[in-house]
Design a binder for this molecule. Structure first.
Ligand SMILES: Cc1ncc(COP(=O)(O)O)c(C=O)c1O
Ligand SMILES: [Zn+2]
Length: 407
């Protein structure tokens, strides 16, 4: 595993020693894991990768735990697929999709929760609590089951049915809340001390970013240690984008890649776009987005805690932020399914729609190497996609009966 030298505040200069259970810095900002990368003595990528490990734990040398000591379901090392027919239609010659829907629990949330649960377990935690838009809850529930830990989950009442059912199936304690993820977060914050829960919320502990950063290591390795020209990533809390940005800095510090970075492009939903608004206003952080709505439940985050980190990465990389309507993201998801055989989450559909718009406006060039992150499987969003394919049956019971027994 990596040699963790410190946990550094992402906002003020405070440093914390590793080996202790921590949430946020005293100043309220997220903590980032800092490794002594020189201590690894790596001179080429082959020495970085444990290539026999077919999961994100192949980068154990820059992770806070060893593959052998991890709470894992073999997450990560997902396919990077070249898009052909759809790319041709969009006028892109070098368009790729990183298919995070192929992870355990069918979303990229598996990566971050694997590292977060691994570290919480190592540090003696037995009860975990999470506010979630849905997929993080499903992943936490699964990894808590593997680890034999309690998972206390708070999700908006209108979360996709798949997330509600999977969390219950994994044995988590599920509470549905009349409100958004921000309301769920408030409940966890109010009750955690009394209940003895460790708060494993997005960015409120340091290790989720470490799992998510492996999306950046993987894309580099899959392209032969070259970074692409642009990355489109669906941003809710922004952890994946923050993690990849960290990965690219670490790869440069290791001497594996150079200083050139992909344009980091954050994709938001038109019904919840605090980052787009902040980016356009030239602001360093975002304001709470009132009345948030979108079928891309992972993008329904009205005030991301790490907004300033996302906005920094976008600006430093000369990227941008773009918002997509629900209708356009579902249409793009269906176009992707029809042309490429990939059934993406609406969040992934949003990135395809964003790529189309940015190619049209010439922000992206036809020969740019572009990577779109599909962060989850479309199968977790059947309600959203079903609107286009209505079925006329009397009841849920009827559907089930029709499938199992002749009626
Ligand atoms: C499918 C999907 N995509 C994207 C996101 C946003 O993730 P992040 O917090 O990394 O911005 C989520 C978060 O719930 C999600 O479930
Ligand atoms: Zn601080």
């Amino acid at each position: 595993m990596g040699v963790v030298s410190n946990l550094n505040c992402s906002l003020c200069s405070r440093q914390y020693a590793p080996g202790q259970l921590l949430n946020l810095c005293e100043c309220g900002a997220p903590l980032l894991v800092q490794y002594d990368l020189q201590a690894l003595g790596i001179s080429n990528p082959r020495e970085l990768v444990s290539s026999a490990v077919p999961s994100m734990w192949r980068y154990e040398k820059v992770l806070p735990a060893d593959a052998s000591g991890a709470v894992t379901l073999d997450e990560g090392w997902t396919p990077l697929l070249r898009l052909k027919r759809l790319a041709y239609e969009l006028g892109a010659d070098d368009l790729w999709l990183k298919d995070e829907g192929r992870n355990p629990t069918d979303s990229f949330k598996a990566r971050g929760l694997a590292t977060a649960v691994t570290m919480a377990k190592k540090l003696g935690v037995t009860k975990l609590a999470i506010p979630s838009a849905g997929n993080a809850a499903g992943a936490l529930a699964a990894y808590a089951a593997v680890a034999g830990m309690e998972a206390h989950i708070f999700m908006p009442r209108d979360v996709p049915q798949a997330n509600f059912v999977e969390c219950n199936a994994y044995g988590a304690r599920v509470t549905l809340v009349d409100g958004l993820i921000s309301d769920c977060g408030r409940i966890v914050a109010e009750r955690k001390a009394r209940e003895g829960w460790f708060d494993i919320s997005t960015l409120k502990e340091p290790y989720r970013i470490e799992g998510k950063k492996t999306m950046g290591y993987e894309v580099a390795e899959q392209f032969g240690w070259q970074l692409p020209d642009a990355i489109l990533y669906p941003c809710g809390g922004g952890v994946g984008l923050i993690g990849m940005w960290k990965a690219f800095a670490e790869l440069e510090a290791l001497g594996i890649t150079g200083s050139k970075r992909p344009k980091m492009i954050a994709v938001q939903a038109a019904g919840c776009q605090p980052l787009t608004r902040a980016f356009k206003a030239g602001a360093a952080s975002s304001e709470f987005w009132s009345g948030a709505y979108t079928v891309a439940s992972g993008l329904r985050v009205p005030k991301p805690l790490g907004d300033f980190l996302v906005l920094n990465a976008i600006r430093e990389s000369e990227g941008t932020v773009i918002s997509i309507t629900d209708e356009d993201m579902i249409d793009a998801g269906i176009a992707l399914a029809r042309r490429e055989g990939i059934f993406a989450a609406p969040e992934g559909g949003a990135c395809i729609a964003a790529a189309a718009q940015l190619l049209k406006s010439a922000f992206l060039k036809p020969n740019d190497r572009i990577v779109v992150y599909n962060t989850g499987s479309g199968l977790k969003y059947l309600e959203a996609y079903s609107t286009g394919y209505p079925r006329h049956s009397a009841s849920e019971q009827d559907k089930l009966g029709g499938l199992i027994t002749p009626r």
